[in-house]
Design a protein around this ligand. Sequence first.
Ligand SMILES: *Cc1c(COP(=O)(O)O)cnc(C)c1O
Length: 360
Amino acid sequence: MALDIANRVRASLASFEPYDPAFTPCRINLSANENTREMPDGMLEQLKGAVAVVEFNRYPDPLANNLRDVLAARHGVERANIIVGNGGDELLFNTLFAFGGPGHSVVTAPPDFAEYANFAAQTETPVVQVWRDADTFALDADALVAAAKEAALVILTSPNNPTGGLVDQVLVGRLLGETNALILIDEAYVEFAGEDASVASWVPSNPRLIVLRTLSKAFGMAGLRVGYLVADPDVVAELSAVRQIYSVDVYAQAAAEVAVKAREQYAPIVADIRSERERLFGALAELDKVMAWPSSANFLLVRVPNAARVRQRLRDDYSILVRDFSAAPGLADCLRITVGTREENDAVLDALAALVGEDA
Ligand SMILES: *Cc1c(COP(=O)(O)O)cnc(C)c1O
């Protein structure tokens, strides 16, 4: 007898399917906004040294207090302002779990990170979508402020995934000044925009501001699963109370401490990715029938005719993996290309030129 699982599962979860990163092993993988560079010199040895002395028979420090101290020093805040999670994703889920739910709506600005809508649905949080401009992906500031006045939480991504643009800091100021909602700014990619682009330093004087950061992108440690929030101590305390106790393991804590302490060493890598981004953007703009949006992150959103087919041929004929957004609302014929190494970027440019040339 079949289990009839759809009738047993919690109603709000019945339509969920396992996340499909659409991963196929390829020669060049520019699909998930990972950092494809080598680590800074000596970093791998330092990381190995740190994890080698970890006692894996012991439970981790639930709150990762040593790592919190390193992160607090890095941001010039207190330990009480930092909470660490199993990737930024866990913290996004927990934020909706804690502050969302029936009657506590969240405002989002799609097209944006698909996880917001997923986590909202899983936590039964109503979503108010304030769509971006269909052509430029600019935010509608007045509509966002109006919606935020009725909401528990606002989530804006800066730079936005997958469209690449920053949130105007004037808008963040308005949301804090004119509404009573919690304002979460997801800064997963902010290192690629420059430190001035971050509002993390606003947290101590703005208790409703929550800033999300991760080691998955600029630090090149997506496999480690470490993200954190900079937030008011009361927000951190509430999230600490509802989290999975041991979600950040001993290796992740030890390795993240090493990487964050050495963060200056990542600056040349980030600078190089930024300059490759501009080179790739310029070269894409030269291509017939391809349009690209300016980006402050480590990826570019492009529009090409027959995008789904182009993505498939990049994969099958050139062994280059990029992300297909062409079926996502507001992103017709869009592909997202992570900025890779110079050689990877040249390969994707040559392949794209060939494919649009022959009308893939
Ligand atoms: C990658 C990403 C995150 C966090 O990813 P983790 O690997 O879970 O830390 C958060 N927000 C956006 C928009 C992202 O693209």
